[in-house]
Design a protein around this ligand. Structure first.
Ligand code: NAD
Length: 486
């Protein structure tokens, strides 16, 4: 009983205050490395969302009148607080998500960079003007905010992903409602304490906890004018369709199946180090994780041998501990799902080179070892579906042309990489590849926050991607004013 009462039930942050959720139902939040309950998250519904959206709508009129240069100063405050508390925030990310502390730190850094880029709003919000579009008539284009925006976030980057959106939205003059993943609500709780300390006026930034019901309430709320979503492709499609049907702007970033091409001329050691990091970093729970290596021609033997050696050497354990290179996956159901894919790969006849099924760390945690399959063919389930765990497959391709054919036959197109020392191969790949996050001699094609982030085909629903200059397009209306003063 005493232990139970020590576990905190999270609250929502609405109109500048922490308040109890209207929803009575809660869900446990667990540390994936130990299975220990570390919090209880309210599973908010329409009433919780409505309260937050109404607060955001009320704050909007005054906030849009705050000069952009002053709005940016609130972000400076947030940035300084984030710098001061970055290590603590990274520890919360590791605690609830399981990734290693080193990985959490990197993700917090990426989040801070979004705040930095958004702080450039006074320049980035500038419009355009031209005199004399006709005799004595002038025309200008002004960027204006639109109202209340919201984001619905996934579990894999609990601090960073919401920061792809709300610094940009509010610096443009909008107000915001953030719904983190119900699996990892603690990082945003931490972040919203900093938001509060940064002094944003009440209602500008709001936090609502919950899952699918809260997400659906956001998608249908008449006062929400736009939604940013990051998660799996089936949900991204649902979000895109529902938000659009309710008259909203929407950017929905979906799932991935990322192919990594190794040419026989690649610098093999460096390529295999990068591929290992890509596949097993964050326990494979990254939308930019490489999941199928296409070994072209005679590269196959070295690829198989080199990846097997590296996978076997990785140290799996609690990400909070020094020296650990790969943490657990997010939950027991997800661990079982990934195990199911390993069984499926064996059943389909792929060659299991490194078997991660035996729990290599604390049996109470949701651990899997790095897993490597060889002789994967493109039609196999493990080459088709997003596994989102530490499972890498090797397939063979005769040439760069046939590798591109395999990649382009897949409905998802988030990220892709080529490893080569040939400028001709690299140029051909970047010219023809459909995935819109593409890397040459890097395993993780991660755009920095001053570029847009998002995939193509079934990995992205919408047109304007996350962060970068595109954020200023997504979060503003370009109003045209045409004037004649006679
Ligand atoms: P998910 O789709 O299960 O959940 C994402 C969010 O949607 C959560 O906040 C959840 O509460 C909500 N949700 C879940 N089901 C819903 C439904 N039916 N209706 C409305 N809302 C719903 O994704 P996840 O498991 O949290 O995250 C992993 C996925 O996210 C992977 O597919 C990964 O590739 C993807 N991802 C993509 C990117 C990208 O940039 N494209 C980045 C990170 C993660």
């Amino acid at each position: 009983m005493a232990v139970e009462s020590a576990v905190e039930t999270l609250r929502n942050y609405v109109n500048g205050e922490w308040i109890d959720a209207a929803a009575g139902e809660t869900r446990e939040v667990r540390n994936p490395a130990t299975g220990e309950v570390i919090g209880r998250v309210p599973m908010g519904g329409a009433a919780d969302v409505d309260r937050a959206v109404r607060a955001a709508a009320e704050a909007y009129e005054a906030w849009r009148r705050v000069p952009p240069v002053e709005r940016a100063r609130y972000l400076f405050n947030l940035k300084f607080l984030l710098e001061e508390r970055a290590e603590e925030l990274a520890r919360v990310v590791t605690l609830e998500n399981g990734k290693t502390f080193h990985e959490s730190r990197g993700s917090v850094r990426r989040g801070i960079e979004c705040v930095e880029v958004a702080s450039g709003a006074p320049s980035l919000l500038m419009g355009m003007a031209i005199e004399d579009v006709a005799a004595g008539i002038d025309c200008e284009s002004i960027r204006q905010p639109l109202g209340v925006f919201a984001c619905i976030a996934p579990f894999n980057f609990p601090a960073m992903v919401p920061l792809w959106f709300y610094p940009f939205a509010v610096v443009c003059g909008n107000t915001f409602v953030c719904k983190p993943s119900e699996q990892v609500p603690l990082s945003q709780r931490f972040l919203f304490e900093l938001v509060h300390e940064a002094g944003f006026p009440p209602g500008v930034l709001n936090l609502v906890n919950g899952g699918r019901e809260a997400a659906d309430a956001i998608l249908r709320h008449p006062q929400v004018c736009g939604v940013s979503f990051v998660g799996s492709s089936p949900v991204a499609k649902h979000v895109y369709e529902t938000a659009a049907a309710h008259g909203k702007r929407v950017q929905a970033l979906g799932g991935a199946k990322n192919f990594l091409v190794v040419m026989p001329d690649a610098d093999m050691d460096k390529a295999l180090d990068s591929i290992t990091e890509s596949a097993y970093g964050c326990a494979g729970e990254r939308c930019l994780a490489g999941t199928v290596v296409l070994a072209v021609g005679e590269s196959h033997g070295a690829v198989r041998e080199g990846l097997a050696k590296r996978a076997r050497a990785l140290k799996v354990g609690d990400g909070a501990k020094e020296g650990v290179e790969m943490g657990p996956v997010i939950s027991e159901p997800h661990r079982r799902r990934v195990l199911g894919y390993i069984e499926k790969g064996i059943e389909e006849g792929a060659d299991l080179v490194v078997d991660g099924r035996e729990n290599p760390a604390d049996p109470a945690g949701y651990f899997l070892g790095p897993t490597l399959f060889d002789r994967v063919t493109p039609d196999m389930v493990i080459a088709q579906e997003e596994i989102f765990g530490p499972v890498l497959g090797i397939a063979q391709a005769e040439s760069l042309d046939s590798a591109l054919e395999i990649i382009h036959a897949h409905p998802l197109a988030n990220a892709s990489s080529i490893f080569t020392t040939s400028g001709r191969h690299a140029r051909e790949f970047k010219y023809r590849i459909e995935a819109s996050m593409t890397a040459v001699n890097l395993g993780v094609a991660a755009p920095m926050s001053f570029f847009g982030f998002g995939g193509a085909k079934g990995s992205f629903f919408g047109d304007l991607k996350a962060h970068g200059r595109e954020a200023f397009d997504f979060f503003t209306d370009k109003k045209i004013v045409i004037s004649r003063w006679s």
